[in-house]
Design a binder for this molecule. Structure first.
Ligand code: FAD
Ligand code: SF4
Length: 508
């Protein structure tokens, strides 16, 4: 009896119950395949991080005594498709069964399920033992409800898992401290030192290049900074709790030209490839609060992202795929401007957020939502193109979490299932939360003319052109009340300015 057990590149949980016993008749399989490198154009660091972490996982499994079959990207026997490689291994090892951990992506879930059905031997799917919720739990919570309010789901999770609770009441008698979490950062407290372990992955990078895997962005292969195993991820978690979490709440939405990490954890990659569990990260934050090390608003704000948003987003994904990927509520069709691939735009906010994304494979939430996403929505970029860019560029981008965030939250392409209103702003919000406008080519206050900040006219044009579908939304009543007060000449000027901008996106 031989069983083949597949581990995908985002299933690197060395604590999974699969590994508690060593069994000679079980072969663990990991594979670096073109199927996965090529389904979208990925950032170089994303490919490097996943391959390096997979190789490290294979190393750890071997140390524990497990049998491992590893397909490297340049292995001549690698057929570069997951089902084809598995079929070859079934023959090679005369396997009697295939087992795989529940994929988080609909694409892979379908592929393995369909292929398994046609196989002569049984294929079984096993729980990945990672999330708080099962795939359809959010859908169960929202049965019969039109709007999927995250806050409603989050409170249920708090009660169910007894997190930041004093029996039936939320700690501090308040569920959500979001209002306390909106400060701009002026340089103090200083940004904590980046304690991530550096690796030299030059050789692996050369292998990837030689295999002609296409990518973009800076690989930073000789000083590679993303955690490639649980040990490094735990060190990163401890550093975050100690130095950054105390200020996380206050500066969660802040952006600055001199501090790209600010007080964020940079743990999304380690979480999404399952080197860390959400339970241990949440527990560590709650313990730090209970020990008096961090304020409640900081612990709550951080825990809400993981126990609330992360699980909720996953629920939205599973309840709505595969149709979700095609949503385009506003019927936006424009192409991405060229500078998405270079960062070379005169708009300082976009230049910083995009250049940082190309350099670090990371941007934090507000850069993704209120700078890059905001501009894309105002400019009417095709949400599918925006989705592909986000899925490629970020180190933590796996479709189950990236797609609802990009298409739903940021582009409102689902018509408001996930976000109660479109997340758009003029320059005023970006100026309030960052220092970007201070050194920008464009004038944040001007609305018309060559030097006017493009966000300003695009903002009013967006509301005007979408009046028929947005005006009734009570959460954006204020924008429409302001529009009503605007005289016809002012509106015509805005529309002309916006049209000029839209006709010249590549030149901004
Ligand atoms: C348009 C857009 C696209 C995004 N794409 C992704 C993506 O591909 N992968 C991804 O993991 N996150 C995505 N996010 C959510 C968020 O931006 C990242 O999780 C976060 O920036 C990662 O950095 P961090 O680990 O320092 O997070 P922190 O700010 O330290 O937050 C802690 C953790 O909370 C979780 N989290 C926070 N916000 C969200 C959210 N909205 N949805 C799910 N989890 C969340 C992450 O696991 C994160 O590591 C996206 C957000 C937007 C607006
Ligand atoms: S002025 Fe406008 S384009 Fe420039 S940084 Fe501010 S918001 Fe961005």
């Amino acid at each position: 009896m031989t069983t083949i057990r597949l581990l995908l590149g985002d299933q690197l949980n060395i604590q999974h119950s699969w590994f508690t016993e060593v069994d000679e008749t079980t072969i663990y399989v990991l594979m670096e395949v073109r199927q996965e490198t090529d389904y979208v154009l990925h950032h170089a660091q994303k490919i490097l991080a996943i391959f390096a972490a997979m190789r490290d996982m294979a190393r750890q499994l071997k140390i524990l005594g497990h049998r491992v079959h590893y397909f490297k990207i340049d292995d001549p026997n690698n057929l570069h498709a997951i089902p084809a490689n598995l079929d070859a291994l079934i023959v090679q090892y005369q396997a009697d069964a295939v087992e795989y951990l529940a994929p988080d992506e609909w694409r892979l879930d379908q592929q393995l399920y369909q292929h398994g059905r046609q196989s002569a031997i049984p294929w079984r799917m096993v729980d990945s033992e990672h999330f708080y919720t099962h795939r359809h739990e959010a859908a169960d919570v929202f049965t019969g409800r039109k709007q999927w309010l995250m806050e409603y789901f989050y409170r249920q999770m708090r009660v169910q898992h007894q997190i930041l609770m004093d029996d039936k009441k939320p700690v501090g008698d308040q569920w959500n401290f979001d209002h306390d979490n909106r400060k701009a950062w002026k340089g103090i407290p200083t940004e904590p030192v980046d304690i991530r372990t550096r690796h030299d992955h030059t050789e692996l990078w050369q292998t990837i290049v030689n295999a002609k895997v296409a990518s973009f962005g800076n690989p930073q292969a000789d000083t590679f900074a993303w955690a490639v195993n649980r040990e490094e991820a735990l060190q990163q978690l401890e550093g975050f709790i100690e130095h950054a979490l105390p200020h996380f709440g206050d500066f969660q939405d802040a952006m600055h030209t001199k501090a790209w990490r600010l007080f964020h954890s940079l743990l999304s990659f380690a979480l999404n490839v399952k080197m860390l569990t959400p339970h241990e990260v949440v527990k560590r934050a709650e313990d730090a609060y209970r020990a008096g090390h961090v304020p409640l608003a900081a612990a709550e704000g951080f825990i809400r992202q993981i126990l609330g948003w992360r699980e909720y987003i996953r629920g939205v994904y599973w309840a709505n795929m595969p149709e979700y990927a095609e949503k385009n509520f506003f019927q936006h069709r424009r192409e991405l401007p060229q500078w998405f691939w270079t960062g070379k735009t005169k708009m300082n906010c976009l230049s910083h957020a995009i250049t940082q994304s190309l350099e670090q494979a990371h941007a934090h939430h507000i850069q993704r939502l209120m700078v890059i996403g905001n501009f894309s929505l105002l400019a009417g970029i095709d949400p599918a193109a925006v989705h592909r860019w986000y899925l490629g560029v970020y180190i933590d981008a796996f479709e189950w979490v990236e797609l609802p965030n990009t298409l739903g939250m940021s582009q409102f392409a689902d018509g408001g299932l996930l976000a109660t209103k479109p997340y758009v702003s003029s320059a005023a919000y970006i100026d309030k939360m960052s220092d970007y406008c201070k050194s920008c080519h464009y004038d944040k206050k001007s609305r018309i003319g060559d030097n006017a900040c493009p966000f300003n006219a695009l903002y009013w044009d967006f509301f005007e052109r979408n009046k028929s579908v947005l005006a009734k939304n009570p959460r954006i009543g204020m924008a429409y009340r302001q529009l009503e007060k605007m005289d016809a000449k002012a509106m015509a000027d805005f529309q002309m300015q916006a049209q000029k901008t839209l006709n010249n996106l590549n030149a901004l």
